[in-house]
Ligand binder design. Structure first.
Ligand SMILES: Nc1nc2c(ncn2[C@@H]2O[C@H](COP(=O)(O)OP(=O)(O)OP(=O)(O)O)[C@@H](O)[C@H]2O)c(=O)[nH]1
Ligand SMILES: [Mg+2]
Length: 479
């Protein structure tokens, strides 16, 4: 028997973006031909996709660390780096994705349903892409961003139409073995089934799936026996079948009180109240069992249950049962809106990149800047390159970070941290507000490329630069 794994922790890492390249085109007699550094490639995503042929999460139990490939760095001559390859991980139908705190991130039901578990890092722009009218020859490029790394929990909730519940040894697995082609383990001791079994039943034109769960005993809700842990596998079923043992040798049990006990445990688990129930009286091949079944049947029917007498061993009453189940399932399916045929793609919540916050962090005596854009820009910056640092300062300035720092009370020389406590870039603040406009014009120009210009030309250039800067401010977001 293959091991069944229905809960695993998975560590995914998307690929890093490749760094942009800073390069200057060189040709004979034309030593400074302009910037030609290409962009870095995008890191690959980590993508989870439902494949109904897969039934367990076992693979991820054995190798829980998965990484997509990195984007390649850009190169001179305007060559872009290759994108990293997406890593596609197949999971069983009914896989629920949670974060480590137990919050549900996605519930993957249906062939092809897709979840982006980790987004690849963006590639850094090369200096060719960073050049503009006012920054003709940037001597820097942007760094690629790290890929998203996350710890997630995958939990399997079997997608079955019918769920069999009952005491240990009531004959649940035996029933699956005779209703379907599945061959679960069957034995005369309790808790033979340690993990759910799944079988496919064909009754006339209806095909449905049937699952059992490990046997329940009184106090399962307090963790007795195998507890209620496995009931999550019946959460998605459309009909619950009580398998009652009419031939138990335990003197303090009978099918009706067994039913009450199981119902009480289901109630403790919660959420299954609305599921239709069917009662199966099993083991009527045994004479005492048949007598008991005859005796309690009216009582159960009075309670509103549809009752079937069967024997899994002698194969009695199985056809009636499987067709009755098919009927209930067909009804349930008709009541449910037709499932979307299209593949559903679930993306992690889009990050809010609307703005940023500036707060004074007393513990560390810094002004802390938090926001998707400023933090991303910091990650893209090569701090060993003054020009790149200057470019970062310009971007922050134009976003209004300096302005807000000023309003928050920051003064020259104060510490400013961009990013979270664990992961921040800290520097001493030098306000460039006053000089800002002028700095913008000057930074990134290679004066060796400049020729003297007549006054009118200079004016036009200045206007163009201003428009350019404005446009860049309005719309320049390479991503
Ligand atoms: N005589 C008779 N024995 C049966 C019948 N159905 C199951 N059994 C026996 O009952 C015992 C338990 O059967 P299982 O199918 O393993 O029971 P289960 O409900 O899956 O038990 P757990 O997995 O332990 O919860 C086995 O020895 C079966 O052979 C039946 O209709 N008649
Ligand atoms: Mg069993």
């Amino acid at each position: 028997m293959t091991t069944f794994v229905d809960r695993v922790e998975l560590h995914v890492a998307a690929g890093n973006g490749g760094h942009g390249c800073a390069s200057v085109h060189r040709e004979k007699f034309k030593p400074l031909g302009g910037p030609d550094g290409g962009n870095g490639g995008r890191g690959g995503d980590v993508i989870l996709v439902v494949d109904q042929a897969i039934t367990t999460l076992l693979d991820y139990h054995h190798s829980p660390h998965r990484k997509a490939t990195n984007g390649q760095p850009g190169a001179g001559d305007n060559r872009s780096g290759k994108d990293g390859q997406d890593l596609v991980l197949t999971v069983p139908d009914g896989t629920v994705i949670l974060d480590k705190q137990g919050n549900v991130l996605a519930d993957l039901v249906g062939q092809g349903t897709t979840f982006i578990a980790g987004q690849g890092g963006r590639g850094g722009l090369g200096n060719a892409a960073l050049s503009s009218a006012r920054r003709k020859a940037p001597g820097f490029a942007l760094l690629g961003e790290p890929g998203e790394a996350r710890d997630i929990v995958l939990e399997l909730k079997t997608v079955a139409d019918v769920a069999l519940v009952g005491y240990p040894s009531a004959g649940k697995s035996s029933l699956i073995s005779v209703l379907s082609a599945a061959k679960p383990k069957i034995a005369d001791y309790p808790f033979t089934t340690l993990v759910p079994n799944l079988g496919v039943v064909t009754a006339g034109s209806t095909v449905y799936t049937i699952a059992d769960v490990p046997g329940l005993i009184p106090g399962a809700s307090q963790g007795r026996g195998l507890g209620l842990e496995f009931l999550r596998h019946v959460e998605r079923c459309s009909v619950l079948v009580h398998v009652l043992d009419t031939a138990t040798l335990e003197s303090d049990r009978d099918p009706v009180s067994d039913l009450d006990t199981i119902e009480e445990e289901l109630r403790q688990y919660g959420g299954l109240e609305d599921r239709p129930r069917i009662v199966v009286l099993n083991k009527v091949d045994i004479p005492d069992g048949q007598d008991l079944a005859d005796m309690i049947r009216p009582d159960l029917e009075e309670r509103g249950y549809q009752v079937f007498e069967v024997s899994a061993v002698a194969r009695l009453g199985l056809k009636e049962l499987s067709f009755a189940l098919a009927g209930v399932i067909a009804e349930a399916r008709a009541a449910k809106p037709a499932e979307e045929a299209t593949r559903i793609v679930i993306r992690p919540k889009a990050v809010d990149d609307a703005g940023f916050t500036v707060t004074y962090d007393e513990a560390e005596d810094v002004y802390r800047v938090r926001g998707e854009k400023p933090e991303r820009w910091v990650r893209q910056t090569d701090f060993s390159n003054d020009e790149a640092v200057g470019y970062l300062a310009d971007r922050l300035n134009r976003l209004g970070v300096e302005d807000r720092l000023m309003k928050a009370g920051a003064r020259a020389g104060d510490g400013v941290a961009i990013g979270s406590e664990e992961n921040a870039v800290v520097f001493d603040w030098e306000p460039s507000m006053m000089a800002g406009a002028e700095m913008l014009g000057r930074r990134g120009e290679d004066h060796r490329l400049e020729a003297p210009r007549p006054a009118a030309q200079r004016r036009r250039d200045r206007d163009a630069e201003r428009d350019d800067a404005q446009r860049e401010f309005d719309e320049f977001d390479p991503f």
